[in-house]
Design a protein around this ligand. Structure first.
Ligand code: GRF
Length: 209
């Protein structure tokens, strides 16, 4: 049984897709051990509690320094002893020590087809504003392993979504969530839980069922 921890900052629709995926069998051999948010008002925490999952807020603003937050954050995560950490719209930089300790055991969902519209400053609605500004005809979402860079780790899954001529950043964001994020994040967790993800020379290979 794969034990996962989910880090969130906002509405938690990706977290909900994971909760529902476990319930309806899309995600096999997996349980959510904790949900942690940096934002005590994140509706994602409510979703976790409604599903009976341990949910807590650990916010940098509660600590005297960034170093104090990072040390406490890592201790709290370590205590749950999970196999995989899932960033589902988590807006806090993951401490370097945590990335090292959980090498290739942290995955993130990004709302574009990396390497487009990613990196520092590309998060949330800004990603879709830039995509529309550039006039791309296709966008989508990416699940990738987290490394020391921003959105630079090995890509696990991607799913493309057509950009419509009358799209606003909001309509594009919603369609990418519905058609891409909520599908490939659960899929990536199921692949990981069932030993089908292999990394060779920084590239991900998906093994047979
Ligand atoms: C999603 O659009 C995700 O791609 C991005 O942050 C947003 C989180 O939304 N990383 P939610 O909290 O899962 O609803």
């Amino acid at each position: 049984m794969l034990k996962i921890g989910v880090l969130v900052s906002g509405g938690g629709t990706n977290l909900q897709a994971i909760i529902d995926g476990i319930k309806n069998g899309v995600i096999r051999n997996t349980e959510i051990s904790f949900v942690i948010s940096n934002n005590e008002n994140a509706y994602a925490l409510t979703r976790a509690r409604n599903a009976g999952i341990a949910a807590e807020c650990v916010s940098p603003s509660s600590f005297k320094s960034r170093a104090d937050f990072e040390n406490a954050f890592l201790d709290i995560v370590d205590a749950y002893n999970v196999d995989l950490i899932v960033l589902a719209g988590f807006l806090v930089i993951i401490p370097a020590e945590m990335i090292k300790k959980y090498r290739n055991r942290i995955i993130n969902i990004h709302p574009s087809l990396i390497p487009s519209f990613c990196g520092t400053g590309f998060y949330g609605i800004k990603v879709h504003e830039k995509a529309l500004e550039r006039g791309v005809k296709i966008s989508g979402a990416t699940v990738h392993f987290v490394d020391e860079g921003t959105d630079t780790g090995p890509i696990i899954l991607q799913k493309s979504v057509e950009v419509m001529q009358d799209d606003t950043p909001q309509t594009l964001q919603r369609r990418i969530m519905e058609q891409a994020e909520w599908k490939i994040l659960p899929m990536a967790i199921d692949l990981y839980a069932n030993g089908r993800i292999k990394i060779v020379d920084g590239k991900v290979f998906i093994g047979k069922e």
